[in-house]
Write a protein that binds this ligand. Structure first.
Ligand SMILES: Cc1ncc(COP(=O)(O)O)c(C=O)c1O
Length: 305
C-alpha cells in the first residue's frame, strides 16, 4: 500500500473538523448542542453584499481566470478600508494580496519563509493553522504560552536567544482567539522591535479586528511606525461581515512578504472567483455603521439585517 508522506501522516486531525465530528456524534445521540467552537457568525451576510455578488455572477466577464494577486479594484478597496479604519496607508499594488480566506494565506506563508527545521513562534493556545502551516513546510512550531498573569500576551523576554535566532516567523493575534484578550499598540511596538532585532517576520492575525464590544476599537499592528519593514497583517471579511463561507481574505504590509506569498499562490491557486471579489469590495466599501448595527446587543431581537 502506497503511504502518504510522513508530513501528512504526522499531521494531527484539524481541530475544528474533530470538534464538528464530536458535535455530530452528540446530536445524533439526541443532545441539544450549543457550539462554542469555531467563530462562525450565525447572522446572514449583508444584503448589499449578496446583491453585488448576484449581479457579478451574471456577468460573463467575471467567469474567466481571475487576477492572481486580486482584482486591482479589490486591492484598492482594501487600501481605502485600511486608511479609513486604521489610518494606515498601503500601496495596493505592492502591499496587498488577496487570499482564499485568511486561513489559506496563514497556511501558505510558511512555504514562502520556512526551510526544513526552521522555527516558527506560535501562541499557545492559538489558531491551529499557525502550527499546521509550519508543519506542512517542514518547519518546527515553538510554542509561546499565553498566560492570564501576562494578560494573554506572549513573554517575548522568555524566548531563548538560540530559538529567536532560528525562528523565521512569529504569530500574534489580538483580539485573540481563543482567549478574547485585546491589546493596544504597546505590545505591538514590542513585537515589531523583537522582529527587527532578530530578523523575524512578524505576522499579525487581525481576523477579529471588528468583533469587539463596549466601543473598543482594535488597532492594526501596522499602526506602529515602521512596522511594514518587518510585519504583515492578515485580515478577513469573514467575522467582520458575517462572510465566513465566501472565502475571501487578505494579507497586507511588508512588500517582500506580499510578493513571496503571491509567488507561492500564483503557483498553487488561481485567485478568488471575481464575483466574490466584487462582493468583498461591496462589504469593504459599505457604510461602516453596518458593523456597529450588526452587533446583536445593539439590535433588538428579530430586527432584520
Ligand atoms: C484567529 C483566526 N484567524 C483566522 C481565521 C480564518 O478565517 P478566514 O479563513 O475565514 O478568513 C479564523 C477562523 O476561525 C480565526 O479564528
Amino acid at each position: 500500500m502506497i503511504q502518504p508522506a510522513r508530513r501528512i501522516q504526522d499531521l494531527p486531525p484539524y481541530l475544528f473538523a474533530e470538534v464538528d465530528r464530536r458535535i455530530a456524534e452528540k446530536r445524533a445521540a439526541g443532545f441539544d448542542v450549543i457550539s462554542l467552537g469555531i467563530g462562525d457568525p450565525d447572522l446572514p451576510s449583508p444584503a448589499h453584499v449578496v446583491e453585488a455578488a448576484q449581479d457579478a455572477v451574471a456577468e460573463a466577464r467575471h467567469h474567466r481566470y481571475p487576477d492572481y494577486y486580486g482584482l486591482p479594484e479589490l486591492r484598492a478597496a482594501i487600501a481605502r478600508w485600511y486608511e479609513d479604519r486604521f489610518g494606515v496607508q498601503l500601496d495596493p499594488t505592492t502591499e496587498v494580496v488577496s487570499l482564499i480566506g485568511s486561513k489559506e494565506g496563514i497556511a501558505h506563508l510558511p512555504v514562502a519563509y520556512v526551510d526544513p527545521g526552521d522555527l516558527v513562534l506560535v501562541p499557545d493556545p492559538g489558531y491551529p493553522v499557525y502550527s499546521i502551516g509550519t508543519l506542512l513546510a517542514n518547519g518546527v512550531p515553538y510554542l509561546m504560552p499565553l498566560k492570564a498573569e501576562n494578560a494573554f500576551l506572549p513573554d517575548l523576554d522568555a524566548i531563548p536567544a538560540d530559538v529567536a535566532q532560528r525562528a523565521r516567523l512569529i504569530w500574534v493575534n489580538y483580539p485573540n482567539n481563543p482567549a478574547g484578550a485585546v491589546d493596544g499598540l504597546d505590545f505591538f511596538e514590542r513585537v515589531v522591535d523583537f522582529g527587527r532585532r532578530h530578523d523575524i517576520l512578524v505576522c499579525h492575525d487581525n481576523a477579529y479586528s471588528d468583533v469587539a464590544y463596549d466601543g473598543y476599537k482594535a488597532p492594526s499592528l501596522l499602526e506602529v511606525p515602521g512596522a511594514k519593514d518587518v510585519a504583515v497583517e492578515f485580515l478577513s471579511p469573514s467575522k467582520t461581515y458575517n462572510m465566513t463561507g465566501w472565502r475571501v481574505g487578505m494579507m497586507v504590509g511588508n512588500p517582500t512578504a506580499v510578493e513571496a506569498l503571491g509567488r507561492v499562490k500564483t503557483n498553487v491557486d488561481s485567485g478568488i472567483f471575481e464575483a466574490l471579489q466584487i462582493a468583498a469590495m461591496a462589504a469593504l466599501d459599505g457604510d461602516p455603521a453596518w458593523i456597529a448595527d450588526r452587533t446583536p446587543a445593539s439590535r433588538p431581537a428579530g430586527t432584520p439585517l
